[in-house]
Design a protein around this ligand. Structure first.
Ligand code: C5P
Length: 294
């Protein structure tokens, strides 16, 4: 039984196409995930009793709770249910990814918890067992198990690996308001057909750009169908995207269901002055892709 420090990277969706509504109300996606260098860390060690400690490095306050509502605890409980016994574990979550912004921080933490608890307690589980648990914990958790760069279909859990993107600076603009994922999807359901799919074809374009490995192709390929819904709920998002382009980003898109926006810069562009121009619009972070899997 070994203590472990597990990485839980944030993700962005280089493409996100909503293809329809599934019978259970979830949405069928064709999306391209890519990990970022920005990460949470989860320290996992077997212990006499289970506890979750949050080390909040970015002042998120009540957003991240150290109790059974946290996806880290849900991941531990799902493993206990599967193996039919308690797995007393001390979990210390070092939180750096802003919560509720579409960067997949909670899902990343859950994936790290699944991998960390399995290894710390030497559980004889197969990758397929973990994938099943992950898909039940949330649509993005399966991606967090392998990470890197991958195409996600179904609810986002049917994954196939892709080549890493070219090394570009990535800026994150976290606006002062959050967006709720279910509300953004509900809003998409009510959009008129003609404005529903602005990102149509982006998944195929991004796959082609990644296989050629050309930054210029990638910069022209990204798309996100949820932008139309998020901008209907928060019209200021389209203005923020415009300001990111004006400030020097070659491309600006919504992260997942928002409200965070990511900007991609030309490979040779220094991100610092661009970040400075954006700092009055929200919290700005500079990061890069982390395109290789675990
Ligand atoms: O699975 P996750 O907890 O990330 O999803 C949060 C909510 O987002 C779901 O309850 C659902 O309303 C919506 N969602 C969806 N289709 C997806 C992913 C999420 O409708 N593929």
């Amino acid at each position: 039984m070994t203590p472990l420090l597990c990485s839980a990277p944030a993700k962005i969706n280089l493409a996100l196409e909503v293809q329809g509504i599934l019978p259970d109300g979830y949405h069928e996606l064709d999306t391209i995930f890519c990990w970022l260098e920005l990460e949470d860390l989860l320290d996992v060690r077997p212990s006499a009793k289970t506890e979750l400690i949050i080390q909040d490095e970015i002042g998120q306050g009540a957003e991240v709770v150290p109790d059974e509502r946290n996806l880290v605890m849900k991941a531990l409980r799902s493993l206990e249910d599967l193996v039919g016994r308690e797995l007393p574990t001390r979990l210390r979550l070092i939180k750096r990814i802003p919560a509720g912004g579409g960067l997949g921080g909670g899902s990343a933490d859950a994936a790290a918890a699944l991998l960390g608890v399995v290894r710390a307690h030497d559980l004889p589980l197969q990758p397929a067992d973990l994938l099943k648990l992950a898909a039940r914990l949330g649509a993005d958790v399966a991606f967090g198990l392998e990470g890197g760069t991958a195409r996600g279909r179904g609810r986002g859990e049917l994954l196939s690996p892709l080549p890493s993107p070219p090394d570009l600076p990535v800026l994150l603009l976290i606006p002062h308001f959050p967006l709720s994922t279910p509300e953004v999807y509900d809003c998409w359901d009510r959009l008129p057909e003609e404005v529903r799919r602005p990102g149509r074809g982006s998944a195929e374009r991004v796959v082609a750009a990644l296989s050629k490995g050309r930054a210029q192709d990638l910069l022209r390929s990204t798309g996100n169908d949820l932008e139309a819904a998020a901008e209907a709920l928060r019209p200021e998002l389209s203005e923020l995207r415009r300001r990111m382009l004006q400030a020097g980003c070659a491309q600006a898109r919504l992260c997942g269901s928002g409200s965070t926006l990511f900007g991609l810069l030309e490979p040779s562009c220094n991100p610092e002055p661009v970040a400075t121009r954006l700092k009055d619009l929200g919290h700005v972070l500079c990061t890069r892709f982390r395109g290789s899997p675990r």
